[in-house]
Write a protein that binds this ligand. Structure first.
Ligand code: PLP
Length: 398
């Protein structure tokens, strides 16, 4: 996920325009800012690129999730269904609002199992949060059907799958709300940043106010604005937004290169007997930021991961034990280690995560390896990598 790989003159130009005025804030200072409104410019362009009415830029992807949940009215005691394989921001954003993360199994899409979601619904469930991990998506049609049946909000975390599509729609635009991250290692970056997209006018207005202390953004005098409800500060700075403006212009080129590099690696691994690939739901198109594949057993997968590393193939991830993207790595969540006291709703309603059966997730994750797709690889580097991956895995399987 390589926005940082192509940071260049375009980003510097955008940032310099902000530095020349010195107006680093996205609101106000109209006379001083020489008509530069980088955050607004990004929001307009991103909403258009995603085919929706509204975009709210914020300070991070985690902030985007928090603001999105809050803008949909989710609060203390409300249950939000999320997957066992994701980034920690999923439960961080839910807990930040006093809401309750309910973890459920993933399937061979590496995202929420619709069956597991339906089984986890209670009278307190308010939202289903699929996370489109590693470049591909959840079965959104099945999840939408469940959400409509039970009157739940569908919030897509598309932080790792920007530019992918489902049913012809950009990921993040299919549900009620979609969230993106522009942190330094994402497909496009602002340094730090995030965005919420939606077609729901009320959610959009709530997000606009909430991420800026509840300011109603009416009129020109910030000090005189009213505050219809309590908010927080999740604002992005103009400097970060400026980087994003330049990066967004490069998105389609990045996606094209990712697809080329992905396809070369995939073709090589398709020749290896015993290797299978992550299932992409019908109607879905990946963004090709990762190539995700399965080996037949946990033992073989561990051996293959070691063989890849010994062959000098970098950026191959075995999430099951080597990283903090899977529940195995979340000791702090399983044991609810917080600095201060957690709300009684969270304490009463949380699953006992040390004793919940996630064997279905284990069965998938223990056999999954993900290779990052970089865009800076030369043609020779990609074909060398394909050959090295093929040989390393073949040496284990044959
Ligand atoms: C990166 C990421 C986030 C959080 O983004 P930050 O900008 O780093 O806060 C949330 N969800 C997923 C799936 C991510 O990969």
């Amino acid at each position: 996920m390589p926005g940082f790989e192509i940071f260049g003159a375009e980003e510097r130009k955008q940032v310099n325009e902000v530095l020349e005025t010195g107006v680093l804030m996205r609101y106000g200072f109209d006379g001083m800012r020489n008509n530069h409104w980088k955050a607004k410019e990004f929001e307009t362009a991103f909403a258009k690129r995603m085919g929706l009415e509204y975009c709210q830029l914020v300070s991070s992807g985690t902030a985007a999730l928090t603001v999105a949940l809050s803008s949909a009215g989710i609060g203390a005691g409300d249950e939000v269904i999320m997957p066992t394989f994701t980034f920690v921001a999923s439960f961080e954003s839910i807990l930040a609002l006093g809401a309750v993360p309910i973890l459920v199994d993933i399937d061979d899409t590496l995202t929420l199992s619709p069956k597991a979601v339906e089984a986890a619904i209670t009278s307190k469930t308010k939202c289903v949060m699929p996370v489109h991990m590693c470049g591909s998506m959840a079965d959104l049609k099945a999840l939408k059907t469940i959400c409509e049946k039970h009157n739940l909000i569908l919030l897509e975390d598309a932080c790792q799958a920007i530019g992918g599509t489902y049913d012809g729609k950009p990921l993040g635009s299919y549900g009620d709300l979609g969230c993106f991250s522009f942190d330094y290692v994402k497909t496009i970056t602002c340094g730090e940043g995030g965005a919420i997209i939606t077609n729901n006018e009320k959610y959009a207005l709530n997000a606009d106010h909430y991420q800026d202390h509840g300011h109603d953004h009416v009129g020109k005098d910030r000090g005189a604005e009213t505050h219809p409800f309590l908010g927080y500060n999740f604002r992005i700075s103009e400097l970060n937004a400026a980087v994003g403006v330049a990066q967004l212009n490069k998105l389609d080129e990045i996606l094209k290169t990712q697809k080329q590099n992905y396809s070369i690696l995939r073709k090589a691994l398709e020749t290896v007997e015993g290797v299978t690939f992550r299932r992409v739901p019908e109607g879905g198109v990946e963004n090709y930021s990762f190539l995700n594949f399965f080996l037949p057993t946990e033992e073989l997968t561990k051996k293959a991961h070691k063989a890849l590393s010994e062959a000098g193939v970098d950026a191959c991830f075995y999430w099951y034990t080597n990283n903090w993207h899977y529940i195995n790595g979340w000791e702090h969540l399983r044991n609810l280690k917080s600095l201060g006291n957690l709300s009684s709703e969270v304490k009463n309603q949380m699953q006992d995560l040390n004793n919940t059966d996630f064997s279905k997730s284990d069965a998938v994750m223990s056999r999954t390896i993900s290779s990052l797709i970089k865009i800076g690889w030369t043609e020779i580097q990609v074909s060398d990598r394909a050959e090295a991956m093929k040989n390393a895995i073949n040496s284990i399987l044959s």
